[in-house]
Write a protein of this length. Structure first.
Length: 281
């Protein structure tokens, strides 16, 4: 008797050919980076291995080329040495500017040691515009960026435009400067803040009456925008509430007190006060 053994052989039981090895993408060589950056391979070696001296511009070009080519390694920082920022503040005895100056002092201790902040406080008084312009145009050392918290004027604008034209990035802080191509404005939307204040004033006050507007110097765009926002929304929605002349009291308590006293005496229909100052606490 013959025994017959039959086996159903599926494709999975057949010997499989080994899958072809996945070819790893070749990482860029120094020659590739050199061609991309337009420099020699020796320069690439110096930059990526941080050996020898290379100009800041060339260093940045090599690092940028290595990043574009996706070099799989930790790349050095494009800039070597200290990064210096100038901060120019309008000298003011108001609590807000005192806190702002103190904030920069504290920030200096939290930054990397390679980042240096130089602060300049420009005293108030006659000729302040010219002194601010000189501080903007004549730094005590080479700067890589400029931060300003100053009022707006033709002289200040011209100085900032000149500095920006040289390639120095400028950030305006707290109060913006009009018609200047600064890198960034760091602060709230003061126009909308003013409109918000006008909205709540209108809802809280009687339909008819006069409102006293108190502000710091309107040379600061922040204050001018807040006052404009208040006036605009009151005219649009609450036409019975009239705004008198803006009293510029420079955040000084004595001037504010005198302005309110005069308004109370002169306007029997005074129903509200808007004090356009930054918080003191």
């Amino acid at each position: 008797m013959m025994a017959v053994f039959k086996q159903d052989t599926s494709m999975s039981d057949l010997p499989q050919e080994p899958a072809p090895a996945t070819r790893r993408k070749r990482s860029a060589r120094f020659s590739d980076i050199a061609a991309e950056a337009g420099v020699s391979e020796t320069t690439v070696n110096r930059v990526l291995n941080e050996r020898g001296s290379v100009s800041a511009a060339t260093r940045a070009r090599v690092v940028a080329a290595a990043r574009r080519l996706g070099v799989p390694r930790l790349l050095p920082e494009p800039r070597r040495g200290l990064t210096r920022f100038d901060v120019i503040l309008a000298g003011s005895g108001t609590p807000y500017f005192q806190r702002l100056n103190l904030a920069f002092q504290r920030a200096m201790h939290m930054l990397d040691k390679k980042v240096v902040i130089h602060r300049t406080l420009v005293a108030e008084g006659d000729g302040q515009d010219e002194r601010i312009a000189r501080a903007i145009l004549s730094p005590r050392q080479k700067r890589h960026g400029l931060i300003v918290a100053v009022h707006d004027s033709i002289t200040v604008r011209a100085a900032l435009r000149q500095v920006i034209h040289t390639g120095v990035p400028v950030v305006t802080l707290m109060s913006d400067i009009a018609d200047v191509p600064r890198l960034h404005y760091a602060g709230i939307d003061n126009y909308r803040a003013g409109r918000t204040a006008g909205h709540f004033l209108g809802r809280a006050l009687p339909a008819q009456g006069r409102i006293l507007l108190i502000s710091n110097a309107l040379q600061y765009q922040a204050h001018a925008e807040r006052i404009h926002g208040v006036q605009e929304v009151l005219a649009e929605r609450y036409p019975g509430l009239l705004c008198g002349e803006v009293r510029q009291c420079h955040d000084q308590p004595d001037r504010c007190h005198a302005a309110v006293a005069r308004a109370v005496k002169a306007w029997p229909d005074l129903v509200g006060i808007y004090n356009c100052v930054f918080r003191r606490t």
